[in-house]
Design a protein around this ligand. Sequence first.
Ligand code: SF4
Length: 202
Amino acid sequence: MDKTTISLTLNGLSDTIRNCQKCVLAQTRTNAVPGEGSPNSLAMFVGEAPGADEDIQGQPFIGKAGQLLTRILKSVKIIRKNVFITNIVKCRPPGNRNPNKSEIDICLPYLEAQIALINPKIIVTLGSVPTKCLLNRDEPISRVRGQWFLWTGGIKIFPMFHPSYLLRNDQTTPGSPKELTWRDIKELKRELDLLKSERDVN
Ligand code: SF4
């Protein structure tokens, strides 16, 4: 598929998500949040679910946690609009609770379709919910963050802390979540630069 077709298909998928009524979250959401970013992205970032700001505006990661994610990306010169950002579940669970298994199972085909269309080389899972869902592992995020896992179709999964966790734990001492995230984003940038140089050669 060429870039224009992928973009058109992604837009069509986003419209389907905006009108989706497949699970109970449709009854309490203001807007579904399909995700946004480049259809040619080497990396997709996947959080757990939209929060209050995202629910109101229909865009992913635009509240305080999203602003922090943008700053984290910028710190290593990753331009936010050049990656694709979305969530496992596209509608906000009431009170910002975690999405439950049934909601995740019903919504997951949308994420799978986005992954199939974008065909990223890397999926960065933000926090424990998307990490457990995609990797099917039960370890806490603190045990798996900063490691590479090979996934379906040769895609690499790279778990990181969710930025909302960093807002609640903002010390920067060695071994703190923020300091570990600084290490992780540099590692991600290293891998992305490698992939880009390989793509440019081929
Ligand atoms: S969370 Fe997913 S499955 Fe549920 S209504 Fe929203 S888009 Fe549909």
